[in-house]
Design a protein around this ligand. Structure first.
Ligand code: MG
Length: 274
């Protein structure tokens, strides 16, 4: 099942089921995070259907926590001049950095001039837990989505820690589709692609993740309780702008498009402000 949160002319925060180019209303009348917490499987309500181009897709919801994995693809670690870490390398992004597909990634040029993309597979937690064992990890996964771990490279390098570089407003495009776990039997058999305008910049299999999803969930949940709705950004493959020769950074008018065929497309324009 593909779930989306959307607004129409009159209402916001509707939960729908996406089928092709049509979004169907569901029997669930609450919001998306409420749905995840309920454990209920929503049913299609055929009474209302919306052509995709007549609605606005929102971010699926605002996650309680966004746990990110750095350097989880060897070729990306290498292009950044880093060694692939033996243990998962964790950091966080703020919930307030989340935006929906089509919303602009914005930054002030007085803060950063090196804004970069990182297309990533996002894991949606559906069952809370602490000290989760790797062999039980998938029981805690509700489904999968897309994220862009937007990063200000100059701040990442100079700040000492990454709160500003990774946590600025609009720096976490998320969604728009959540695909439930049953539809993706192997999340390490997906191909993730990122385009900047017409240029394909990232294209890799999720099989290349160094630390796989069950081990990430086990490792993370030793330190933090994973709560329903928390998301894990599983790391980005090679092909970020910082690794290019010469480096390429985002500018006003660029559009970043992250896609996984089984999940969908996450697309955001860019606006560099004075
Ligand atoms: Mg990342």
């Amino acid at each position: 099942m593909k779930l989306v949160r959307f607004s129409d002319e009159y209402r916001k925060n509707l939960v729908g089921i996406l089928d092709g180019d049509t979004v169907y209303a569901t029997t669930w009348t609450g919001d998306m995070l409420g749905l995840l917490r309920s454990g209920i499987k929503p049913l299609i309500s055929y009474a209302y259907r919306y052509p995709l181009d007549k609605i606005t897709l929102q971010a699926p919801y605002i996650p309680p926590k966004i746990v990110c994995i750095g350097r989880n693809y060897a070729d990306h670690a290498k292009e950044m001049g880093n060694i692939a870490p033996e243990k998962p390398f964790l950091f966080g992004k703020f919930s307030s950095s989340v935006i929906a597909t089509k919303e602009p990634i914005r930054w002030s040029q007085s803060l950063t001039t090196q804004v970069d993309w990182e297309g990533e597979l996002a894991v949606i937690i559906g069952k809370a837990g602490r000290n989760i064992r790797a062999e039980n990890a998938y029981v805690h996964v509700f489904g999968y989505s897309l994220a862009n771990d937007v990063s200000a490279r100059d701040l990442q390098e100079n700040d000492g820690q990454w709160a500003r570089a990774k946590g600025m407003d609009t720096f976490c495009p998320f969604g728009p589709v959540i695909v439930t776990r049953d539809e993706i039997p192997d999340p390490h058999d997906l191909t993730i692609t990122t385009h900047v305008n017409d240029d394909q910049v990232q294209h890799a299999s999720t099989s290349l993740m160094i630390h796989k999803i069950p081990d990430l969930i086990a490792y993370i949940s030793q330190a933090f309780t994973l709560e329903v709705g928390d998301i894990i950004l599983t790391g980005t493959p090679a092909g970020v702008g910082k690794g290019m020769k010469p480096p390429r950074f985002l500018k006003t008018g660029d559009v970043v498009r992250v896609s996984i065929p089984q999940i969908g497309v996450l697309e955001n324009p860019c606006i560099a402000e004075d």
